[in-house]
Design a protein around this ligand. Structure first.
Ligand SMILES: NC(=O)C1=CN([C@@H]2O[C@H](COP(=O)(O)OP(=O)(O)OC[C@H]3O[C@@H](n4cnc5c(N)ncnc54)[C@H](O)[C@@H]3O)[C@@H](O)[C@H]2O)C=CC1
Ligand SMILES: O=C([O-])CC(=O)C(=O)O
Length: 336
């Protein structure tokens, strides 16, 4: 029986992350080895040649699952019939810039794209925003798509989640696959709160394992506050500093993890994604904020009922407060 191809739109497809995404998606990394894909690549006119070049290479790679590739410089046809959309196209941060500086520059991109999704995407459209400031760009896109359920718009914090796993595994002398239930709360920015208070390895709590490894509860706490949290939250800046440009392959990999889990379900405990807040954990309703989430029956569900201590409450409130400020800023710019 032939399976209908799933249409996936990738914006900024001629850019760095786009290039790292396309070949993995075409090989089945999101939907598995049995689902054919059709790729719609959206670029601005200056980026079209790069996207066309990537399309030529996709043809040369002869992926059996890849049924069609089209390159567009117009959002309306690029999102027509789209089932999955990865909104990557944006201006990347360069050395010395904070993500907030990008709000005005990038806000104008996501309104029209939200409108094009509203006009022509498939009924089951699912969107992840990667382009920064990702959370607020997702909010802008959702606000221009009144006919699409808001929960179909999400933003990427899986890269932060994966970074947290990497740091913990290295410190505890284990592998990332053993870790469960790490959480990134809030904004994909330096205010995010990487939280290990519920995390475990083989049933043992990560805070207890850190205390044993590092020489006591106080040392472990100090490491979490002074090393782990800032290292994860500022890893984007560290990569820019070391590489000379922002994260590419790790960002693409995280976007694939996000979409794969959304479509196929989470397997072992929860992960992190920025989803539209229902007011859980004090995050004002409607903000696109990162939470602990499970994917069940193709929907992200915020994990409920977790104990949040005073420290965590304070950190979550700070990051969510930044998101509320960003919402006010884009409101005053007339972007939502
Ligand atoms: N959420 C996350 O975890 C991460 C987000 N990012 C963000 O991802 C974005 C892309 O990064 P790179 O691929 O490295 O940048 P890049 O500059 O290599 O590629 C961006 C591409 O987007 C295109 N573009 C710009 N405006 C567009 C529009 N309106 N429609 C379609 N395409 C458009 C550009 O022509 C360019 O080809 C940046 O905003 C970056 O800050 C990067 C790493 C991690
Ligand atoms: O920091 C940046 O500009 C790129 C990014 O979002 C990340 O690497 O987390």
């Amino acid at each position: 029986m032939s399976v209908k191809p799933v249409t996936i739109t990738i914006t900024g497809a001629g850019g760095q992350i786009g290039y790292a995404l396309l070949f993995r998606i075409a090989s089945g990394a999101i939907l598995g080895p049995d689902v054919p894909v059709r790729l719609n690549l959206l670029e601005i006119p200056q980026g079209v040649r790069a996207a066309e070049g990537a399309a030529l290479e996709l043809q040369d790679a002869a992926f059996p699952l890849l049924h069609q590739v089209d390159v567009y410089d117009d959002a309306t046809p690029a999102f027509a019939g789209s089932n999955l959309a990865l909104l990557v196209g944006a201006r990347p941060r360069t050395a010395g810039m904070e993500r907030g500086d990008l709000l005005a520059a990038n806000g104008g991109i996501f309104g029209p794209q939200g409108a094009a999704i509203n006009a022509g995407a498939a009924d089951d459209i699912r969107v992840v925003v990667v382009g920064n400031p990702a959370n607020t760009n997702a909010l802008i896109a959702a606000s221009h798509a009144p006919d699409v359920p808001a929960e179909r718009f999400t933003a990427l914090t899986r890269l932060d989640h994966n970074r947290a796993l990497g740091q913990l595994a290295a410190t505890l002398g284990t592998t990332v696959g053993t870790l469960r239930d790490v959480t990134i709360w809030g904004n994909h920015s330096a205010t995010q709160f990487p939280d290990v208070s519920h995390a475990t390895i083989d049933g043992e709590t990560v805070p207890a394992l850190l205390a044993a490894r590092l020489g006591g509860v106080d040392v472990a706490r100090e490491w979490l506050v002074d090393t782990f949290i800032p290292r994860v939250a500022k890893r984007g800046a560290e990569i820019i500093e070391v590489r000379g440009s922002s994260s590419v392959a790790s960002a693409a990999s995280a976007a694939i993890d996000h979409m794969r889990d959304w479509v196929q379900g989470t397997q072992h405990g929860w992960t992190s994604a920025a989803v539209v807040s229902d007011g859980s954990y004090g995050a004002p309703e409607g903000l696109v904020s990162s939470f602990p989430v499970e994917s069940v029956d193709g929907e992200w569900r915020i994990v409920q009922g977790l104990e949040v201590d005073a420290f965590a409450e304070h950190r979550i409130a700070a990051s969510v407060g930044e998101l509320a400020d960003e919402r006010e800023a884009v409101r005053s710019l007339g972007l939502i």
